[in-house]
Design a protein around this ligand. Sequence first.
Ligand code: NOJ
Length: 552
Amino acid sequence: MKQTDWYKDAIIYQIYPRSFCDGNGDGLGDIPGIISKLDYLKELGVNCFWLSPVYDSPQEDNGYDISNYRDIYKPFGTLNDFKKMLNEMHKRGIRLIMDLVVNHTSSEHPWFKDAISDKNSPYRDYYIIKKGRKNGKKPPNNWSGFFGEGAWQRIGDSEDYYLRLFAKGQPDLNWENPKVREEVKDILRYWLDMGVDGFRCDVITLISKDQRFKSDAPNIALRGKKYFVNGPRLHEYLHELYTDVYQNYDCMTVGETVLSTVEQAKLLVLPQRQELSMIFNFDHTDTDNYFGIKWFYRKFKLKRLKKVVRKWQHALHGCGWNSLFIENHDQRRCVGRFNTDDKKLRIESAKMLGTTYFLLQGTPFIYEGQELGMTNGDFSSIEDFMDVETHNIHALGERIKILKPILKKSLYSCSRDNARTPMQWDDSEYAGFSNVKPWLKVNENKSFINANEAMKDDNSIFHYYQKLIAFRKDNEVIKNGEYIDLLPNDNNVFAYERRLGDKSIVIISSFSNKNRRIRLIEKLNSYKLVLSNYNNDNDVLNPYETRVYINY
Ligand code: NOJ
């Protein structure tokens, strides 16, 4: 089968299975729970899902540590449940992309267990195992990983260490070994033959490491990144997967490309290079922190966001393809993040943020609960957090003696668990997510932020997203139009045009909690207002007002 570019018309909803819906009453979300909510998602209007990992796993990193790539984590269901879910999705005209986590496996994967139990194991070379310095007293080099720890883990009391850029239980695979690449291709074929429609490729820009394994200059975080991000054979490996697997299926791939510049991204997505369909860039998620480190957060500035959007919209127009997102399972919730934390204006600001990113060029992703305007969790102690990264950073902060209130504020506002609180279906004790105490604390505001309420209210964020989705579908201007920033220097209002031939769409969004007069609106007299979060067409924008105008 030939590849098509259906993904350009996709509107993708991300399901984080642990937190979505508990179908079997154990406090964890699962596949039967997902099946029970497919009609709700169909009604929202999405036409594709991205499912975070459901594979068998010890769950040190909530499934991003896989111990069996061909089976389902039992508390989530069985392979038969999975097939049923896939079938139910396809019956509703909704595609499914899986999470592909192949930079690393779990340390419970049989390959790894074998590799470390026997120096002559054929699986030893599936991983990156090196002798430590000083007779094994020091790791092979000074690299540090993504979760606030060193990147090497000593194997027992031997001289050897294995590389792990994430948690202890996530050993990195050695992609230099052709057998590893063949294994990955087999895994891909296994799921594609079952009918899945593509993959979200976890930290894919890390798969190729500079084989000199040199130490790096001191750095506050990610020491060694120049040797393990966008490594020397990255493009070769991706092209190999494409030619040996992807091109035989009508599937799509979206790469999680941490730390990629526009130039690097282009090399990954230019169609003639046959590597990935599209990528997630994270520049906009760094517009409210220092040094690209989320824990060092700083006040959001609209101008910084616009600059990043301009850069990516222009760079990929007519050559590659962007993905669009403002939330996922690793990011805190967008309401309350991008200068919009006034509770009274939560609904308006959620609609405004939705409109602002949704009508850019690229494929929009919606993260579960975003369509309800779910907010950060209300955690009251460090024990409330379940995330391995959060606990590692907490331990690191204590070790280097960061002042407690500063550490607390940073952890509570930036932890990934903020996005992982159970999905709020109704106002019952456990928010309709489960009938027993869930694995992570339910947010108290489930009493008024929940799907049940949203479905009943014509003015809800859910219904607004429905309209956004309907407006986007089959709209050539949104799909192919160029991007023009209409107010590049304004720090309160984001206004842009999408233009294709003589057709034009103008999007105006206020990021301010005050009224703002905008001259530009006077020039739009040949346009009509087709979507907004207030019923207002004069030249003064209300707090967090958003409007969409068309001229055709
Ligand atoms: C990125 C995933 O999104 C994140 O949740 C995970 O912890 C790391 N990759 C490691 O797999």
